[in-house]
Every structure is written in structure tokens, then in C-alpha cells.
Design a protein around this ligand. Sequence first.
Ligand code: NAP
Length: 254
Amino acid sequence: MAQASAPLAGRIALVTGATRGIGRAVALELAIGGARVIAVGRTQGALEELDDIARSRGAQAVTLVPMDLADGAGIDELGYAIHRRHGRLDILVHAAAMFGGLRPVAHIPPALWDKILAVNVTGVFRLIRSLEPLLRASDRARAIFLTSAAAVRPKAFWGSYAATKAALEALVRCWADEVENSTIRAILLDPGAMRTRMRAEAYPGEDKEGLPEPERIVPFLLDLLARSEPGLPTESQRFTDWRSARVGVSPERP
Ligand SMILES: NC(=O)c1ccc[n+]([C@@H]2O[C@H](COP(=O)([O-])OP(=O)(O)OC[C@H]3O[C@@H](n4cnc5c(N)ncnc54)[C@H](OP(=O)(O)O)[C@@H]3O)[C@@H](O)[C@H]2O)c1
């Protein structure tokens, strides 16, 4: 069992995208740090593996929620379940997203467009809608949303993903402004290039050597969670900037 003295002991954390990549790395470290982690993703086996690894490293059991974030009613049920079990939520890390492939805007299949909007945009709205009361019940809530440079630097063939990340940023900024006088602080986090399945989908054929493993971003995320006053997310927090400031190296790939 995690020690009561662990840095995140007693904190209730919800992590989406917890089956792989950045979300999985974050969920694992939050659990090892003592948080009660609720892990969301569609792949049941990967969620179970996360729980096995967390417990083998001294964490308490992770609550596993196999769910598609396009399921708005499911998100409402999740919010109600957290309300009944914990009465509050202290940490939200929303890492789940779909990339949707590379193609000209005019060639985006309408069904794909509907799906990526449902997951990457409406899913964010439904999470905020269901979780805001729980976050308000926390003495110090932090909600971190993973974004991308594509939100502000859109380019050819990235239309569906870039549009959804721009929408995510706008939505989170509006919400952060609304809850400014509460205990909730929202943060937009741009991880930059990470060695994950999504990166491989966006840059097929890229040499993965030199790309940071997703575990590398976790200390930055813990640093963001620990900040007493992160301010409004008028700009996203960039992992490459944080890393450069700490180790004195130039930012690498986009
Ligand atoms: N990696 C990069 O270089 C990079 C760069 C900029 C921004 N980002 C952002 O960082 C975040 C994490 O990306 P990543 O690289 O870690 O991606 P990843 O390895 O592909 O993981 C994506 C996660 O999202 C979940 N997910 C996808 N569709 C879902 C759905 N419909 N319902 C529920 N869960 C769903 C996946 O789980 P299941 O498949 O099990 O559902 C998986 O856990 C994303 O928001 C991404 O946009 C990544």
C-alpha cells in the first residue's frame, strides 16, 4: 500500500487516455505518489495491466473505467460514481485524444469528422460539465488538458486534429475564466514530440530514436500540479520550454 506520507496521499485523480502513452505514464506515477487514481480508456486489458504494475510498485488499486469518451452519458455516469464514492475530484489529467490521420480537409470522411469532434471536443465539454461540481468540492483542484502546437500552428493535412485542439484550447480558456474565483485551476499542457502511438501516426516513418519516452513529461506535470497559483491558461505550458530551462538545451522537434 502507498504510504500515508506519499506526496499525493488522499488526492482523488481522474486520468483519461490511461491505457498508453502520456496518460498511462501519468496515471502510474500519480498512483505511486499515493493518489486514488481513476483510469479511463477503451482498452480493458491495458487498464488491467496499469493496475497490476501500479500495485506491484506499492500503489493502491487503480479504479478502471473502460469507456469511449464519445459516450456523453457514460461521462455523466462516471461523474455520478465519483460523487457517490469520493464526493470530490482533486486532479483531472485529460490526455485522451484521437489523431484521425493526415489528409486534405476536403477529403476528411464526414463520419471521421463527427467522431473526432465527439472525442476531442464534445468529450472535453462533457468532462467539464460532469466534473466541475466535483472539482469545486476540492480544496485545491487542478485540471490539466493535453493540447498540441497544431492548435496554434495548423498546417496542411492536419485539419481534423488541429481544429479539435484549437477548439479544446478555446473551451478550456473560457471555462478557466469562469471558475477563476473557485479553487479550480485549469492548465493547457503541450507535451511536444513524445514517443507514443499518436506521434507515430502523425509522423509515419520518423526515426523514433531521440524522441522522449512519455515518462519524461511526468515530473513537469507534477510540477504543474504543485504550483500554488498557475494563473489563467492564456498560453499553453510547453514541456520543451520547461525541459530547456532545466537542462539548458534548445527545444528539439516540433
Ligand atoms: N505524442 C505526441 O507527440 C503529442 C504531441 C502533442 C500533443 N499530444 C497530446 O497528448 C495527449 C496524449 O497523446 P499520446 O501521444 O499519449 O497518445 P496515444 O499514445 O495515442 O494515447 C491516446 C490515449 O487516448 C485514448 N483514447 C483515444 N481515443 C479514445 C476514445 N474515443 N475514448 C477514450 N479514450 C480514447 C487511448 O486509449 P484507448 O485506445 O485504449 O481508448 C490512449 O490511452 C493527446 O491529447 C495528444 O493530442 C501528443
